[in-house]
Design a binder for this molecule. Structure first.
Ligand code: TEU
Ligand code: CA
Length: 557
């Protein structure tokens, strides 16, 4: 292994700053709040923090719409607060990775303010402007093609002033940058160097698979929906190689690309071990297992076989060629214990949360833990649409319930409780104090009621808690060469109940055995030698040949 690849032996922790810790009593998480909690993160044992965007933003999409890349959002603090966080984290041996959102900016970014003024403006080509299509004899125009925004509706917005449409793959306040225009790339690279020179340790690159749009396709209808229409475009690898040469190569950092619609083949290019582009990518096939034709708004429950099939494909497909990232959750996804585990009883909740961690983090790749996952935080049972804050959820409700009358209010509320991004965004549950110890006043989004018994301060004291299990597990996985380098083999691939795999290298073998059901399941454990030892498990002791309800056990030989 390349010794510089410290990120292959690291565990990353994602912080959604707005919901992590409020330090000044305005109900909004902030940078000093993160600094305050570094001791907690150090105790947990994570090595790298990924901060969601902290830059100046009108907050149409909670900071993913940036109006100034080089300043800090007022509600999150100041640049001094950021520098203090970075310094304090480094003192504790914790690295900081920033979110890089450069597929689009805010419409309030000075580049776009200029760009929309007139067609001759020097910033016009920073964005993607096109004429509309018109029926022969009318002057009424339609958008240049049928692409849709991730937040619903056309991906094109018409502007009276200049009589053209601009492209926005997300909200209309997030116009897409034109990466084919060299000054855009120059500006982005310069901004990246500016942050790296401050001493940050890398970037998580938002929807980086979408940056290259095929000029031909911009005026052609697409058969595929959503951002798949422009994912993995014709020049994306060229641009990332340029970024690597111009910026990344000069720093000892890590990069992870968020790459919707990425395939194994594409990932092997984006993240190949020759390090010409990125260090790893986030793939979304795992997150799509309970989606379905109509997307995420439904009651579909996942099938274990699909989860296993995706994990197997990515473990085998990247082994020896590229590097995986491992995640169950992020700020866009519902909570894993509600999604793939069982929250029906406190015992199932605790066992399944620990089992899920075990199932994923012994695979090859860098683990990404999302804030609160280490406490087994669950989805939130919001009853009113007014309790939701997320633009994607609110737009979906308006479109399907109010405008198109396709989904009833009751059904949509159920789908939101299952799939809304707000499930991940309720305040971090620090203690049983009011507002879960997140803030002294009412937070910007409701706290999950279960904070009274599900919180960090309680779990830090309890050696059998999910938190302490994560702590132990993190210690094991980041120090194991078998987990880092070993190959992958699975047993009982067709089982809908258990997930069993072996990681092995010349140094030894690790067997991971997980029961995804609330039944006691008989398993053949004859592949595990008699003198193997239990590395970790979520029950006291283990009876050979049987996996109890949501039991996970890991053997080392
Ligand atoms: O997400 C990109 C992305 O693929 C999402 O649209 C995802 O499909 C959706 O949230 C699932 O419901 C990134 C950020 O993580 C997200 O928070 C931003 O809203 C988006 O980019 C735009 O910047
Ligand atoms: Ca605050």
């Amino acid at each position: 292994m390349d010794q510089n690849c410290w990120w292959k032996k690291s565990v990353v922790y994602e912080i959604y700053v707005k919901s992590f810790k409020d330090s000044n009593g305005d109900g909004i998480g902030d940078l000093p709040g993160v600094t305050e909690k570094l001791g907690y993160l150090q105790e947990l044992g994570v090595d790298v923090l990924w901060l969601t965007p902290v830059y100046e933003s009108p907050n149409d999409d909670n900071g993913y719409d940036i109006s100034d890349y080089c300043s800090i959002m007022d509600t999150f603090g100041t640049m001094e607060d950021f520098e203090r966080l970075l310094g304090e984290a480094h003192k504790r041996g914790i690295r900081i990775v920033m979110d890089l959102v450069v597929n689009h900016t805010s419409d309030e970014h000075p580049w776009f303010v200029e760009s929309r003024k007139d067609r001759e403006n020097p910033f016009r080509d920073y964005y993607i402007w096109r004429d509309g299509r018109s029926e022969d004899d009318t002057s009424i125009t339609e958008p240049p093609n049928n692409w849709t925004s991730s937040f619903l509706g056309s991906a094109w917005q018409y502007e009276e002033t200049t009589g053209q449409y601009y492209l926005h793959m997300f909200s209309k306040k997030q116009p897409d940058l034109n990466w084919d225009y060299p000054p855009v790339r120059r500006q982005v690279f310069e901004m990246m160097r500016w942050w790296l020179d401050k001493g940050i340790d890398g970037f998580r690159m938002d929807v980086i698979s979408l940056i290259s749009k095929d000029p031909q396709m911009l005026c052609t209808d697409s058969e595929v929906k959503g951002h798949t229409a422009c994912a993995n475009g014709p020049r994306v690898h060229e641009y990332l190689r340029e970024m690597r040469r111009e910026v990344l190569n000069s720093y000892d950092i890590m990069t992870v690309g968020e790459t919707p619609a990425v395939t194994v083949e594409e990932a092997n290019q984006y993240a190949s071990s020759d390090r010409k582009e990125l260090d790893m990518v986030f793939q979304f096939e795992l997150m799509d297992v309970d989606g379905g034709e109509s997307g995420k708004w439904n009651d579909t429950r996942y099938r274990l076989k699909d989860v296993k099939q995706v994990l197997r494909k990515w473990q085998k497909g990247l082994h020896g060629q590229a590097w995986n990232s491992l995640f169950w959750n992020n700020h866009d996804q519902p909570r894993v214990v509600s999604r793939f585990g069982n929250t029906a009883t406190p015992v199932y909740w605790e066992k399944s949360a620990k089992m899920l961690a075990t199932a994923l983090y012994f695979l090859q790749g860098t683990p990404y833990i999302y804030q609160g996952e280490e406490l087994g935080m669950t989805n939130v049972a919001f009853q009113e649409i007014g309790e939701f804050r997320d633009i994607e959820s609110l737009n979906a409700y308006r479109e399907y319930v109010e405008v198109k009358h396709q989904i009833s209010h009751e059904d949509m509320m159920r789908y939101l409780r299952k799939s809304s991004r707000d499930n991940a965004r309720t305040p971090m549950q620090w203690s049983d104090e009011p507002y879960a110890g997140f803030s002294v006043c009412e937070p910007w989004i409701g706290v999950n009621d279960n904070y009274r018994w599900m919180n960090a301060s309680k779990q830090q004291k309890d050696p059998d808690s999910i938190f302490c299990y994560y702590k132990k597990l993190i210690g094991i996985v980041k120090n194991s060469d078998i987990i880092r380098d070993g190959d992958y083999m699975e047993y009982c691939e067709d089982s809908e109940k258990v997930y069993l795999y072996r990681r092995s290298s010349p140094e030894g073998a690790i067997y991971v055995m997980c029961n995804f059901t609330s039944e006691v399941v008989a398993v053949d454990e004859s592949m595990v030698a008699e003198d193997a030892v239990v590395l970790i498990g979520n029950y006291d002791g283990h009876r050979r040949g049987v996996l109890r309800e949501y039991e996970a056990v890991v053997w080392l030989k």
